[in-house]
Design a protein. Structure first.
Length: 67
């Protein structure tokens, strides 16, 4: 069970880092030169990264209550 949890944490961290990288590239304008700044791609990645953070925080609180 712990191995599955560690794998899930690593996968979520990797996805989070990819989303942050895409956010930076979208903000600078590398991915969409017409939408430099706060483009829909930037906000989509920011929302997804925030959802990952909230999910991990809820899981951590749930596990603390169980132990």
């Amino acid at each position: 069970m712990l191995d599955n949890r560690k794998i899930m944490i690593k996968i979520l961290e990797l996805i989070g880092f990819v989303l942050i990288g895409i956010m930076i590239l979208a903000f600078v304008g590398v991915l969409g030169p017409n939408n430099v700044g706060l483009s829909p791609l930037f906000w989509g990645c920011a929302g997804a990264a925030l959802m990952i953070i909230i999910y991990r925080k809820r899981k951590r609180k749930k596990e603390e209550k169980e132990s």
